[in-house]
Design a protein around this ligand. Structure first.
Ligand code: MN
Length: 286
C-alpha cells in the first residue's frame, strides 16, 4: 500500500476575477517534485451566486503556456473562448481539458444562463504540467461531456473515469504523460480500495464529506497526498463523500513558474513574457 505523506489544506480563499471563489490547495510554489505532474489545484466553491442581470462574472482574457488547465464542473456552468478558436459551455459532470502548451489566450466566465438564474456553484481547476518536449506543442482543447465519461459502480459508491484506468474502464481524456483522474463518490459507511499505481504521485482531494485514507482523516477541501512508493490505498467514508483522485508519473524535470507560465528554465519564462507581449499568443476572436 502507499503511505500518507501529508494532508494539504488552504483555509484562506481568494477570488479569481469576480466569478471564482477559490482555495488554492496546492500550487507550484511548493515542493513541485511531490505533486508532479500536477501544478495547481483550485477548489472553487461550494458557493451560491445570486441571479445576476448584468454581465456574466468570471475572468477576462489571460494567457497560459507550458501546461494544461483541466476544469471539472460539479455545479454551475462555465463558458470559455480561446485564441485557437475553441470555446463552449460546460455544465455539471462535464470537463474541459485545455492544452495551453505553446500558448493560448482565453477567458472564463459563468454561462449567460447560469448567470441569470444563479444557484449553487462548485468546480475544480487543475493545472497539469507538460513534459519539456511537449511544452511548445500546438494548443488544443478537449471538451469532454458527462455522457462520455464511463461510470464504474462498486459496493457503496461509484467512480467516473475522466482520465486513465479504473478497474478496466478507460477515461476519455488524452494526456501527455501517465495520469489518472477519477471523480469518486462514497456513501456514508462505505469503503473502497483505490488502485493507485506504484511509481505515481497520488492525491485524494476531499471535496465534500469526511473520510479516512488509510488511518488519516480528511475533511472538506483537504488533499491527502500519498507516497510515490507502494500501490493502492484504502478509503473509508464516515459521511457521504465526493472525492477527486489524481495520480501521475512524476516528470522529473525542473519547474519554473511565473503566474500563468510554467516552463523548465528562467530563460523560457522570459521568452514566454516576450512572446506574449509581442502578440505571439494570438487573439480571442470577437
Ligand atoms: Mn485560465
Amino acid at each position: 500500500m502507499k503511505s500518507i505523506a501529508e494532508v494539504m489544506r488552504q483555509p484562506q480563499g481568494h477570488w479569481v476575477g469576480d466569478g471564482f471563489p477559490v482555495r488554492s490547495i496546492f500550487s507550484y510554489n511548493g515542493d513541485t517534485a511531490a505533486i508532479s505532474p500536477f501544478l495547481l489545484f483550485d477548489y472553487a466553491g461550494p458557493y451560491v451566486f445570486q441571479p445576476n442581470g448584468g454581465a456574466p462574472r468570471g475572468v477576462g482574457q489571460h494567457p497560459h503556456r507550458g501546461f494544461e488547465t483541466v476544469t471539472i464542473v460539479y455545479d454551475g456552468e462555465v463558458s470559455h473562448r480561446d485564441s485557437t478558436g475553441g470555446g463552449g459551455t460546460i455544465g455539471p459532470g462535464d470537463v474541459q481539458w485545455m492544452t495551453a502548451a505553446g500558448g493560448v489566450i482565453h477567458e472564463e466566465f459563468h454561462s449567460p444562463a447560469y448567470s441569470k438564474a444563479g444557484g449553487p456553484f462548485r468546480m475544480v481547476q487543475l493545472w497539469v504540467n507538460l513534459p519539456a518536449r511537449d511544452k511548445m506543442a500546438p494548443a488544443k482543447y478537449q471538451a469532454i461531456t458527462s455522457a462520455e465519461i464511463p461510470v464504474v459502480a462498486f459496493p457503496g459508491g461509484k467512480a467516473r473515469i475522466i482520465a486513465g484506468d479504473f478497474r478496466g474502464s478507460r477515461g476519455p481524456a488524452s494526456t501527455f504523460s501517465p495520469i489518472n483522474l477519477w471523480d469518486v463518490r462514497l456513501d456514508a459507511g462505505a469503503s473502497v480500495t483505490l488502485d493507485l499505481p506504484e511509481g505515481h504521485n497520488a492525491m485524494i482531494a476531499v471535496l465534500a464529506g469526511a473520510v479516512t485514507v488509510e488511518d488519516k482523516p480528511g475533511g472538506e477541501a483537504d488533499i491527502v497526498r500519498l507516497s510515490v512508493e507502494g500501490a493502492g490505498a484504502r478509503v473509508a467514508a464516515s459521511s457521504d463523500a465526493m472525492l477527486l483522485v489524481l495520480t501521475g508519473e512524476p516528470l522529473g524535470e525542473p519547474v519554473f513558474g511565473y503566474g500563468p507560465f510554467v516552463m523548465t528554465s528562467e530563460a523560457e519564462i522570459r521568452q514566454a513574457i516576450n512572446d506574449f507581449n509581442s502578440g505571439r499568443f494570438g487573439v480571442v476572436a470577437a
